[in-house]
Design a protein around this ligand. Structure first.
Ligand code: XMP
Length: 327
């Protein structure tokens, strides 16, 4: 098994035994590549970077430094889980940067979706580069590139380097140990490396995070409403056996208010939109139809527990014509 291209005849990793063999092989290859030098990894807490982190911890231990940048747009509990799993349990060298204020200050008043994405992506590179510059003797940069990223970049669909855009004077050699794997294989490998199931089997989450689910100019209070309602939705999906069954589900809090009434008083608050979808290729998606009971329960919890929300709406639009995300 090489380190570069997926061999045409490579058996799909579907069993713990095949995953263990892959891990053993990659540990050997990474040790050969890196020797006694140091490696840096941007650890988002997503499936791919988490699996790379776990694999490298196994291969080279404290020669790896992970940097987790909290841009303030993560889901509830995510930064805490990264710290718990990697620093506390796996004893990784983890630098945690809470850059929430920096990101939200830069995003204040910015309404254009593409500009928002650019600010988030650009700021991320800047924070990461600043942390990298503080460290001595790093020669390698690890990345959670996977096989579909390579295929898409070859087809000209997307640039695959997750940390592409780092300043040119930072001349790192890349370490990409899951580069020849499909996503389902990465998940099995992650499980065998001891990562928690809810980290390895998590639903897709966009790089700009909750920023694209807080349409228009992001404000801290509306962002909190997105985060809290998302946490309730995830909790209820887990309790009702929908976690791992529905492909992606989330809430959106748009930037408009409507009148309502609570405890005999008029309210003027945001609506919360629930979107739950299924797909195989993300080009076309269908909507998951929820039970009346679950709908009632979700509405009840969100309007009573999330400050600033007085209505809950359900988005039953397939893709096309609607995209999955709102921005
Ligand atoms: P759309 O909205 O294009 O979403 O129908 C398709 C899938 O891609 C995810 N998505 C992103 N993922 N960075 C990402 O890493 C992004 O900027 C981004 N935008 C959308 C979306 O969550 C869905 O799974």
């Amino acid at each position: 098994m090489g380190n570069d291209r997926r061999p045409d005849d490579m058996v799909r990793i579907t069993t713990p035994e095949l995953a263990d063999a892959f891990i053993e092989e990659q540990v050997k290859l990474v040790k050969e590549q890196v020797g006694s030098k140091k490696v840096l990894l941007a650890l988002s807490g997503g499936v791919d970077s988490s699996v790379v982190a776990a694999l490298l911890i196994k291969a080279i231990g404290d020669q790896l430094t992970c940097v987790h940048v909290n841009h303030g747009l993560l889901r509830k509990g995510e930064p805490e889980q990264v710290i718990e799993v990697f620093r506390n349990q796996m004893k990784a060298n983890l630098i945690y940067v809470d850059a929430t204020d920096r990101f939200l200050d830069k995003l204040a008043g910015v309404t254009d979706p593409e500009t928002k994405r650019k600010i988030i992506g650009g700021e991320f590179i800047e924070v990461f580069a600043e942390e990298a510059k503080k460290l001595d003797g790093i020669e390698f940069l690890a990345q959670g590139t996977i096989w579909p990223d390579i295929l898409e970049s070859e087809a000209g669909i997307k640039a695959h380097h997750n940390a592409g855009g780092l300043p040119e004077d930072m001349n790192f050699e890349l370490v990409e140990p899951v580069k020849i794997l499909f996503k389902d294989e990465v998940r099995i490998v992650g499980e065998r490396l001891g990562l928690p199931a809810n980290m390895v089997y998590r639903q897709p989450f966009p790089g700009p995070g909750l920023g694209v689910r807080c349409p228009g100019a992001i404000t801290r209070d509306r962002l909190e409403a997105v985060r809290e309602s998302d946490a309730i939705l995830r909790e209820e999906f887990a309790k009702n056996g929908l976690e791992g069954k529905v492909w992606q589900y989330f809430t959106v809090v748009p930037d408009f208010k409507s009148t309502g009434v609570k405890d005999g008083k008029r309210t003027f608050d945001w609506p919360c939109i629930i979107r739950a979808i299924n797909t195989t290729d993300v080009m076309e998606v269908t909507v998951e139809h929820l039970s009346d009971e679950l709908i009632d329960h979700l509405v009840n919890r969100i309007i009573s527990e999330v400050p600033g929300i007085n209505r809950v709406l359900f988005d039953y639009t397939p893709k096309p014509p609607a995209t999955v995300e709102y921005e």
